[in-house]
Design a protein around this ligand. Sequence first.
Ligand code: COA
Length: 452
Amino acid sequence: MPNLDLFFNPRAIAVVGASRTPGKIGYTILENLKMTYKGKIYPINLEATEIMGLNAYPSVLNIEEPVDLAVIAVPAEKVKYVVLECIKKKIKACCIISSGFSEIGQKEREIELQKISKGKIDIIGPNCLGVYSKNLDMLFLSRDRFKRPSEGNISFISQSGAVGSALIDMIGFEGIGISRFISYGNALDIGEIELIDYLGKDTGTRAIAMYIENIKDGLEFIKVASKVSKIKPLVALKAGKTKKGQEACMSHTGALAGPANVYSSAFKQAGVIEAKTSEELFDMAKSLAYQPIMADNKIAVITDGGGFGVLAADAAVEFGLELPALTPESLKPLRSAMPAHGITANPVDVTGDASDERFKRVLDIVFRDRNISGVIAIVLPQIPALTEGIVDILRDCKLYGKPYVVCMSGGAWTQEKARKLESFGVPVYPTPERAAKALAALYEYGKIVKGK
Ligand code: COA
């Protein structure tokens, strides 16, 4: 396996195609790197001697100091010459952002690059956005238009730059933290296998989310993913399941997307949890990154709105979970914690006049119940007797050591509470169905870890 650390922790970076013109890709890459990366940056531009206050050079060969990583954003026909110069300069890693390769039928450009780079320089791309982390942002999307997510424990690898960046933009709004994002495009050299292997060892990554169009080498994928999935969860969204989708993959990243059922069984064999939609991908990655695995499929639903409890119960059962009755030892204190109109069956309904104190007592009884291995807490914070304190009560449920997810449905006011709770590392979802799916992923991953 190549040493991918040079992509994530380089000591110096050259940006080939760094531009003097705002609005051009090579300008934004340099701007974003300058804002985030603390090491030395060398803009490479044929004409300029200085860009954004940094000394610019006509070629990497004019730099005297060593460089670990080159980011290449010049037109496709020039890329080969730039890579040859990088090899001569002994640069060991490069991200090729440029489009114009197999995705437009120019496969021979990639074959040529593979030949000249083999054993000399590792390549991410071409036709990609490269890598992103809080301290190394080479995305060519301006930080004004695309707010970066907070730092967290999910790493996301994506064959598509657009899908990847749009999802990151959206989850940044939701409050989910990202450790690393890698858009690897046509994967002429480094692809999902090398990235999974690297992220498997990366201490900042607790769950790996993947958008995949095709897999280069199925057997190697199964081997590497099987090893990593025992240590940390992998969730994959496979694109190109239909004939039309497969044709679109071909003209997007030049990928030959195989039949969906082949991929599903490869994922199963490798312990990779498959997401059906982009929403599911991050819903599951979020619970998997922030919650412990679930010992079995026995859960409780606690709600302050009866209808939401029913929806959660339906969804939970559909996803393979069970809602057993609470133990007789729980029922007596539960009854006394609630008014006569409260419901002590599972789903437990604390009803619309619940206070912080009532919720707290009920959560305590249910979390301690030996019949229960995981909890969906549905809290509609709009009800009159609840205060801001409910957020702290839900945060402190971590102390029980059992997995749980929270559902908070509502507009801006409710979402603000949800974001606050997520900032404490508690996964929150806007619908009971999404919360149930996310909790079910913790049961599924538990089976993977136990080899069941
Ligand atoms: N060495 C050094 N500098 C070079 C160079 C070379 N060999 N070739 C060009 N440059 C300079 C240019 O002078 C220019 O600087 P300037 O703007 O200050 O004059 C800059 O590098 C960019 O080169 P230019 O020829 O203007 O290219 P461009 O910016 O129009 O397009 C790409 C380059 C890479 C952005 C374009 O080819 C491309 O691939 N776009 C699509 C990218 C994409 O979507 N990727 C996939 C994302 S998922």
